[in-house]
Design a binder for this molecule. Structure first.
Ligand code: GDP
Length: 139
């Protein structure tokens, strides 16, 4: 099924100049970039985005990380984009991620793991409009 998913190139990967390589990989793997923008998230935006994790012990640290520098927000479209992007990302912990996945290549720790991706259709329905209005889906 043709799907859209939200990808975020996180502050660690932007800082290390991996944004270009990650975007090139998306296109190589058949994703269409429907929308893209670089943003510095506010604390409130990061807290709202990760609200499902607010009870987790790493929540404050995760929010601090996500506001530590700009992120690249991307709406990707492809057949089975949600699961396909999760597979391309690899496991949350880069040391457990399959070789050649984005987190294996570009992540450095379970927290600083280079990329985010919607984990279900329901999550994508929340995450895409969180950052993009429909008129911004121009690609
Ligand atoms: P994801 O769907 O693979 O991104 O993983 P989760 O939804 O479980 O976690 C959201 C994000 O929180 C991850 O991508 C990491 O940046 C961070 N995170 C997850 N688990 C841990 C953890 O055990 N410790 C820390 N410090 N950060 C974590």
């Amino acid at each position: 099924m043709l799907e859209q998913t939200l990808a975020i190139i996180k502050p660690d990967a932007v800082r290390k100049k991996f944004s270009g390589a990650i975007l090139a990989r998306y296109e190589k793997e058949g994703f269409r970039i429907r929308a893209i923008k670089m943003r510095a998230l506010s604390k409130g935006e990061a807290e709202g985005f990760y609200a499902v994790h607010r009870e987790r012990p790493f929540f404050a640290s995760l929010v601090a990380f996500m506001v530590s520098g700009p992120v690249v927000l991307v709406v990707l479209e492809r057949e089975d984009a949600i699961l396909g992007h999760r597979q391309l990302m690899g496991a949350t912990d880069p040391s457990k991620a399959v070789k050649e996945t984005l987190r294996a290549l570009y992540g450095e720790s379970i927290e600083f793991n280079a990329v985010h991706g919607s984990d279900s259709a329901e999550t994508a329905r929340f995450e895409i409009p969180y950052f993009f209005s429909t008129v911004e889906l121009v690609g």
